[in-house]
Design a protein around this ligand. Structure first.
Ligand SMILES: Cc1cc2nc3c(=O)[nH]c(=O)nc-3n(C[C@H](O)[C@H](O)[C@H](O)COP(=O)(O)OP(=O)(O)OC[C@H]3O[C@@H](n4cnc5c(N)ncnc54)[C@H](O)[C@@H]3O)c2cc1C
Length: 533
């Protein structure tokens, strides 16, 4: 198939929530498009992350597309927080229902995208050497789609199998009776550890930084609740779009300092017992004021103590080094209770330093633990990883990875100067990972669809952010982040989990509704800040 040339209006890279809806939107507007996907099926995150316990932490009725009333009415979720197979089935259903697969090429990794100024087209090259050309290139490559290479000394010496949560074998893994070592206690680790512990002979968790986790209280979807939402689904979705987190969580406009201790405890307790991360909406200043945040961090730390039987183990599980919420809060099922099991051991690497992985296990300052297999829940090269892995060249041969060498630069997270007709979905500089991502993705897809239609109806060949608008937006993103507590955590939001990655707070922390308003104003003002030619 190498060296074929095909013309499309748009090429979309990635077939997760973003790429699928983008394809639908382009078609709806009468454009031709081809989606190129490295995986063998649709789903993106939900295709790759098949580890035991993988599930969403935004409720199913909100973590789903809103663009088609029949789709949202007819699809039946079984659980409040569905597991990976169900979300994957849902996305496969969407692909089939709207006949999307015929325009998707699977098992195809895009390695380059080069812009040609005279013809104003993008040529996209795949790993197999195929070339496709299009007017628009749309990157739906995902914020969390490139597993981070683990920096664990001696890993290559280990004789047993090593599994990364984000590239989990499709056939599953049988842990029965095996001695399992787990590295990584972020969202994936917190979900996987309780499930692995139910099967394994013994699990040793090597913890570098403890998580803040709150219970999901997951269970079958309450039919009454489902009926209530579905009776007026449009209104629910409107409220999600009008919120700052892309999800209704009853955000309280009060400051945590406006109420006394007792009232605050009651508020936290009531939100905690509902499950999920609604606790973050308890007070308006939790993410902006250290003292306010201390009150909720202390509350959750106390809950951790209550959930763990051995006080010493509990102490080791307490996060002290960052404020709650500044690293993505985890939503768990029996995470802390898992450390009450006889077959689970916690090794706190802050106290017992990691020396090396050996052929037979892991050696810390305390000695060697013998293991049969290792699980790495060590996260992702987030937000820029997938984009920077593609050789993207814009006007005058500008190389995107070089332009972003000191951190990503975008206007609204939607485009970047010097790269005409290149669109990013949920890109750095947009709310993306700080929100219900399906809400964020739908807004980006719809904005991009409208923008492309505007270009076509007005006879413009290209659109590109101006350098001034982009500089202004990057300053704004940084300024907003600096008004929050987010920079206090060495998080993947900041690129701090990847050695050598520039430390720039990448998502837009100004809130979803505020952000969408700005995007709409830009469009209404003839795409202010973009050069249209
Ligand atoms: C375990 C896990 C749980 C999550 N839970 C939630 C949640 O509860 N709520 C929430 O809001 N968000 C959650 N997220 C974030 C999640 O990534 C988004 O919600 C959403 O699925 C992103 O969709 P996407 O289409 O933008 O990206 P992805 O789903 O990541 O899809 C991107 C696709 O692009 C493909 N791709 C990338 N580069 C190339 C290339 N060069 N060539 C070809 N194909 C390429 C990838 O193979 C991938 O399939 C979770 C993420 C993870 C990892």
């Amino acid at each position: 198939m190498a060296e074929t040339t095909t013309e499309f209006d748009a090429i979309v890279v990635g077939a997760g929530f973003s790429g699928l809806y983008m394809l639908y939107e382009l078609r709806r507007r009468g454009l031709t498009a081809r989606v190129l996907e490295a995986g063998s099926d649709v789903g993106g995150t939900w295709y790759w992350n098949r580890y035991p316990g993988a599930r969403c932490d935004v409720e199913s009725l909100d973590y789903s597309y809103s663009f088609d009333e029949d789709l949202q009415q007819e699809w039946k979720w079984t659980e409040r927080y569905p597991a990976q197979p169900e979300i994957q089935r849902y996305l496969a259903h969407v692909a089939d229902r709207f006949d999307l697969r015929k325009d998707i090429t699977f098992d195809t990794r895009v390695v380059a995208a080069h812009y040609d100024t005279p013809s104003a087209t993008w040529t996209v090259r795949t790993e197999a050497g195929d070339r496709l050309t299009a007017r628009y290139c749309i990157l739906a490559t995902g914020c969390l789609s490139v597993p981070k290479a683990p920096e664990i000394p001696g890993l290559d010496d280990f004789r047993g199998p090593v599994y990364h949560t984000a590239t989990w074998p499709e056939s599953g893994v049988d842990f029965s009776g095996r001695r399992v070592g787990v590295f990584g206690t972020g969202s994936s680790g917190v979900q996987a550890i309780p499930m692995i512990a139910q099967k394994a002979g013994h699990v040793t968790v090597f913890q570098r930084t403890p998580a803040f986790s709150v219970p999901a209280f997951n269970g079958p979807l309450d039919p009454e609740w489902e009926r209530e939402i579905k009776t007026n689904y449009a209104e629910r979705r409107r409220q999600n779009r009008a919120s700052e987190a892309g999800i209704v969580r009853g955000d309280n406009p009060q400051s945590a300092h406006d109420v006394d201790d007792e009232q605050r405890q009651r508020e936290y307790e009531s939100r905690y017992t509902k499950g999920g991360f609604g606790i973050l909406g308890a007070y308006a200043d939790l993410m902006a004021d250290q003292r306010a945040n201390d009150t909720v961090s202390d509350f959750v730390r106390q809950k951790i103590r209550e959930r763990v039987t051995d006080p010493e183990v509990a102490e080791r599980l307490l996060p002290w080094e960052y404020p709650l919420g500044t690293k993505r809060i985890c939503v768990d099922t029996d995470y802390y209770e898992t450390f009450n099991r006889d077959n689970v051991t916690l090794v706190d690497l802050r106290r017992d330093a990691l020396e090396t992985v050996t052929a037979n296990g892991v050696r810390t300052a305390r000695g060697e633990v013998e293991l049969d297999c290792l699980v790495l829940a060590t996260g992702f090269d987030a937000m820029t990883g997938a984009v920077n892995r593609i050789d993207i060249r814009g006007r005058d041969g500008a190389v995107l990875a070089e332009k972003w060498g000191a951190g990503p630069r975008t206007y609204l997270g939607l485009g970047t100067a010097g790269f005409p007709n290149l669109f990013l979905l949920a890109g750095p500089g947009s709310p993306s990972v700080l929100t219900n991502m399906v809400t964020a993705i739908e807004q980006h897809v719809e904005w991009t669809g409208r923008c492309i239609e505007h270009l076509r109806t007005h006879g413009y060949r290209t659109i590109e952010p101006t350098v001034e608008a982009e500089d202004g937006w990057v300053d704004h993103v940084n300024e907003v982040a600096s008004m929050t507590l987010f920079p206090k955590a060495a998080s993947w939001y900041l690129g701090a989990n990847v050695p050598g990655k520039p430390r720039i707070f990448m998502p837009y922390a100004g809130g979803f509704a505020t952000y969408e308003k700005q995007c709409d104003e830009v469009a209404e003002q003839d795409y202010r800040g973009f050069a249209l030619k």
